[in-house]
Design a protein around this ligand. Structure first.
Ligand code: F3S
Length: 426
């Protein structure tokens, strides 16, 4: 890999041992991928503070610097961790103290994370604590090279914002944060961003649920390829595309898609394909829609619902407001829990607007920082849960061994009030 003088001096230790280890990691990573060079980035989104058993042991025995060296820089050496060189944020992590006592999630993990927040904040990591950094101020511009983790955030950044990132990991983001560099390969290159597949929606995509179902089908069909979506599409909003992208990255590994006339790199269908041949369309009609719905509901059996999970990816303020509106003056069924996950910054606004209080008066909770899939924890005794999120419906049964129902927000709130699942495909 070709290095600039600045990169060579970082590798040679001019900026300290931690930066040298970070450069060494990036060079090894880039070489393995065939990257010819690195590219500058001033926007890193990683998971420095997230607790894990391995991290807990390292911190207990050798401190935070060692944990960063081993986990985020793939190095066994001992060195101090300097301030992050470029703006860096923490994505979602484990539950914090607002969820203390609500699940079996351990007190030790909550404390370890609080300690991590202090350590990393002192080194310049902005603890956004959400899978949707783009909802709380980290909004890269079109063409900006960034180094982000979290599949739902990566597909949003590439597709909706037109920023450029691969799906990075804990080590590559750890190294990027200390150097402001990331290997120049994959989605950073223009030629790797053009669509490869054409998906034609023959059925109307005009609700949050429909965007999720379509995304789930698209991911299944194209896997890690790059779809362009056309057809009977209503104007989506942030929540629709947040749901759609997360679903494509759940059943498949989509990191970028285009919707001609909507997403920034596809003013036209021709532009989506970079002027190349547009392939024959894969059709999405009633049968495909039903497949997505039935697959997402394949883990549901009992109609007795004891947990409703909303806000995956983390809910926008408008989504929290919608939940509050639907719960106004109502009361959850006894024994049924309802959680809305949202970024901490948006929870502050939800508090200010009274949405949190309305949801809490009904018996629900507005929680932050994490989610049941990430923290591997739901209300104790949960056997059957319901959600409006394709991603959460896909993962949670496998992670927690519980049944899942996938439906609309209205159906989820109805289940919270009645304790019964009565959802069906309209
Ligand atoms: Fe976010 Fe958890 Fe869903 S981290 S994308 S709410 S699985």
């Amino acid at each position: 890999m070709k290095l600039t003088d600045e990169e060579s001096s970082m590798r040679d230790g001019v900026e300290g041992d931690a930066v040298a280890a970070a450069m060494d990691l990036l060079i090894r990573y880039g070489d393995a991928l065939g990257a010819e060079r690195l590219v500058d980035t001033r926007n890193v989104a990683g998971t420095m503070t997230q607790p894990s058993p391995a991290k807990a042991q390292l911190v207990r025995e050798k401190g935070w610097a060692k944990a960063y060296a081993v986990i985020n820089l793939d190095s066994d050496d001992d060195f101090e961790i300097p301030r992050m060189k470029v703006p860096t944020c923490q994505l979602q992590h484990g539950f914090s103290d607002d969820a203390d006592g609500l699940t079996s999630y351990s007190k030790q993990s909550i404390e370890l994370q609080a300690d991590a927040e202090s350590y990393y904040s002192e080194r310049g990591v902005n603890v956004l604590a959400t899978c949707t950094p783009y909802q709380v101020g980290n909004l890269p511009v079109r063409g900006e090279h960034v180094a982000w983790m979290e599949s739902s955030a990566v597909v949003y950044a590439n597709s909706v914002l037109g920023a450029r990132t691969n799906c990075e990991g804990g080590a590559s983001t750890g190294a990027a944060a200390l150097t402001g560099k990331i290997p120049y390969w994959g989605n950073h290159l223009t030629e790797n961003r053009y669509a490869t597949h054409l998906l034609q929606a023959d059925t109307s995509i005009d609700t949050f649920q429909e965007w999720g179902l379509l995304g789930y089908y698209v991911g299944e069909v194209v896997q890690e390829a790059r779809p362009a979506i056309v057809g009977s599409l209503a104007q989506p909003d942030l929540a629709d595309l947040k749901h759609f992208g997360a679903a494509t990255a759940t059943s498949g590994g989509v990191e970028i898609y285009h919707i001609p006339g909507i997403t920034p790199e596809a003013p036209t269908l021709e532009a989506a394909f970079g002027g190349g041949t547009v392939p024959e369309a894969i059709r999405y009609g009633d049968a495909e829609r039903r497949w997505a719905y039935e697959t997402l509901n394949a883990q549901g059996d009992s109609d007795d619902v004891d947990f409703i999970l909303l806000g995956c990816p983390h809910a926008s303020l408008d989504q929290v407001a919608q939940v509050a509106h639907l719960l106004e003056g109502r009361r959850l069924h006894e024994g049924t829990e309802l959680w809305v996950m949202t970024p901490r910054a948006l929870r502050t606004m939800a508090d200010r607007n009274g949405y949190t209080q309305t949801i809490m008066r009904a018996g629900g909770k507005v929680l932050t920082d994490s989610c049941p899939a990430m923290s591997r924890a739901a209300p104790p005794g949960t056997r059957v849960f319901a959600t409006d999120s394709a991603k959460q419906a896909h993962y949670l049964p496998a992670i927690l061994g519980i049944e899942a129902w996938f439906g609309t927000l209205d159906e989820c709130v109805d289940a919270a009030i009645t304790g019964r699942w009565r959802g069906e495909l309209a």
